[in-house]
Design a protein around this ligand. Structure first.
Ligand code: KG4
Ligand code: ZN
Length: 337
């Protein structure tokens, strides 16, 4: 069956068609709104919703054409039902439900984070339950024990800022563009290691929770006291990234030891970070734990992860009931089942 996935929770309009018999994405389309929001230094919700409205249908037509498929070939439509920006979610949900109604096929509301944490399965069929997930995105930072499909135990989470948010806010403080994560990573590569040193928050305490809001304040203090040269900027970015990566690694290592589970799936926008990827891989080798990442294009928001999660939901007997549009701006993953 061909399952369409529609992602509109924030600033990407992402669509994909998933072939559930062969576990492949046969076609995909993505429009990023980065340029639209750049001048405001962050996502403007109303602009995001309006842009999703104008992009969805042209992207869908393009995607079908590329796959040489027609609307009648679609077997089900999955869409992100939350968490995210309420207006943006409503646009994707309304479109998906209208499509499902017109084509007389099932629609499936998908949890955005479930999409992220299943995304590595699009490229790696050796991922089996149980596994641990480090979910690091713009809105979430969680360590999750996934015992089976749809069964999520949150082992640790951030008490304040998410990691992606910490990257974005820190980048903004020192005058880097939006989104801050990739910009900060690029400049960190030119940094001299060891010139600055930031704390590894909450690593001295037992447990698996995180706290990243203090890091940006530490960066701001150092930045204000510095010569604010390009090299200093790079050195601070390097030290910030190092502190974040070390902190995440320490907590992941703890979770692996604590559970004895030897598969860690890393997902969400920040999993695109090369320094995080290489450090976690080294840690995994030392602890005999396989570390799985999504392909780079499926780290940040996309339709493919929603199509996959929707297809799996359908296989497990879940689908929407009725035509009402139910989206949730806030929706803890543990409430899903
Ligand atoms: O998963 P995602 O696309 O959207 C949410 O669901 O939040 O994640 C976006 C976040 C942003 O905060 C962005 O700055 C961060 O992921 N990000 C990165 C990198 N690429 C994206 N952070 C660090 N390094 C990167 N290479
Ligand atoms: Zn996301």
């Amino acid at each position: 069956m061909f399952v369409v996935g529609i992602e509109t929770s924030c600033d990407e309009t992402g669509l994909a068609i998933y072939d559930d018999q062969h576990n492949i994405i046969v076609s995909e389309a993505l429009n990023s709104q980065i340029d639209l929001h750049a001048e405001y230094g962050g996502v403007v919700p109303e602009l995001a919703s309006r842009d999703h409205v104008s992009k969805l249908i042209p992207l869908m037509n393009k995607m079908l054409e590329q796959a040489n498929l027609s609307y009648q070939d679609i077997g089900a439509v999955a869409y992100t039902a939350g968490p995210g920006l309420i207006g943006a979610l409503m646009v994707g949900a309304a479109y998906a439900k209208a499509l499902a109604f017109a084509l007389k096929i099932p629609s499936i509301g998908v949890h955005h984070l479930e999409g992220h944490l299943l995304a590595p399965m699009l490229a790696d069929c050796s991922i089996t339950y149980p596994f641990l997930t480090l979910l690091v995105s713009g809105g979430h930072t969680q360590l999750i024990k996934v015992t089976s499909f749809g069964h999520y135990e949150i082992m640790g989470e951030t008490l304040d800022d998410a990691v992606g948010e910490a990257f974005d806010k820190t980048a903004k403080l020192i005058g880097l563009g939006y989104p801050g994560g990739p910009a900060l990573e690029a400049i960190a590569k030119k940094g001299i290691p060891g010139r600055f040193n930031f704390p590894r928050p909450m690593t001295q305490k037992p447990g698996l929770n995180f706290s990243f809001s203090g890091l940006k304040t530490a960066v701001l203090t150092q930045w204000q006291q510095s010569d604010q040269s390009e090299q200093t900027k790079a050195d601070i970015c390097h030290a910030f990234e190092q502190a974040v990566v070390d902190t995440l690694c320490i907590k992941c290592s703890r979770a692996i030891k604590h559970t004895g589970i030897n598969l860690l799936v890393v997902a969400g926008g920040v999993s695109a970070n090369q320094h995080l990827r290489s450090t976690l891989k080294e840690m995994g080798q030392a602890q005999h734990c396989k570390i799985a990442f999504p392909p780079l294009k499926y780290c940040t928001d996309n339709g493919a992860m929603i199509a996959l999660a929707g297809a799996l939901r359908l296989q497990h007997g879940f689908q929407d009931e009725g035509n009402a549009i139910n989206v949730k701006a806030r929706w803890p993953l543990k409430d899903w089942n």
